[in-house]
Write a protein that binds this ligand. Sequence first.
Ligand SMILES: Nc1nc2c(ncn2[C@@H]2O[C@H](COP(=O)(O)OP(=O)(O)OP(=O)(O)O)[C@@H](O)[C@H]2O)c(=O)[nH]1
Ligand SMILES: [Mg+2]
Ligand SMILES: [Zn+2]
Length: 309
Amino acid sequence: MEGKVYKSTGSWYVVRTAAGETWNARLKGLFKLDGITSTNPLAVGDNVDLEPENDDERTALITAIHDRSNYINRQSPSHRMQHHIVAANIDQSFLVVTLKEPRTSQGFIDRWLVTCEAYHVPAILLFNKADLYRKKDEERFDAWKRMYETVGYPVVRMSVHTGEGLGEVNALLRDKISLLSGHSGVGKSSFLNALFPAMSLKTQAVSGWSGKGIHTTTFAEMFDLPGGGRIIDTPGMREFGLVDISKQELSGYFPEMRVFAGQCQFNNCVHLGEPGCRVKQAVADGNIAIERYESYCAILDSIEENNYR
Ligand SMILES: Nc1nc2c(ncn2[C@@H]2O[C@H](COP(=O)(O)OP(=O)(O)OP(=O)(O)O)[C@@H](O)[C@H]2O)c(=O)[nH]1
Ligand SMILES: [Mg+2]
Ligand SMILES: [Zn+2]
């Protein structure tokens, strides 16, 4: 029997077959992946082979994991040197961003975009809570929209409360497997509830944005969309830790830098001020946004500190 992992709650997995049957499954006893540094061997979106264990209680054993077409990996929040697979086999990845309640930083957005580039997953930015925007927020939104669209990332202005932008996003979801990420409290579950009321996901009103997120969604979970396609709701994250990216590679994950990086005088240029650097020249010429270049420098610095390679 084959199925897809819809939810993982530690050692148990909710797996659904193509016929629409739902099983509670565990990894078969001796089944271990060699040299795995991931905190979770199996993630939502994985395709697996199942062996029924108890037909009445619908429990099964997972006997094999199929090769992944892709996955999103991040640094485990609890163990710096371990990875956590957020989801596997996805077509596109949405980041829900808010300008306030809570505020999403550009650094967070750019780290997440770099990860999507590294794993070859198309990325889309959803700016939610537009109903709360005041003049300053409008200016910030306009500037970010221009900047990210120039790089090639679609930006949607959205409000779950007023319904703005929901139709546009709904159309993007059709027939695709989409991942939904973002800080806790940005409205991921509210968004899904608004689009598909039958889902009735738990959401929580949060008071006092002290940076201590109240996590209402505890586990990543995939849902079948009524119009076709699937979406994965995930628990909010405070930080986004990059994994497996070297300093040399980093500029390759900034689409606007990629074109210039190959033209630098030195082929090991990391674009911090080496002679003949075309990337720094492009920043000076206004062809690369200074804010994106600053993000690049900050991420470069963090790679050195973590010393992954
Ligand atoms: N003003 C405003 N509030 C919103 C909007 N969308 C969601 N909210 C509120 O934001 C709060 C958090 O929403 P959730 O949907 O639980 O957030 P989440 O991203 O799923 O959070 P986690 O599950 O913790 O990751 C709730 O009180 C929502 O009512 C919006 O468009 N405008
Ligand atoms: Mg949620
Ligand atoms: Zn350079």
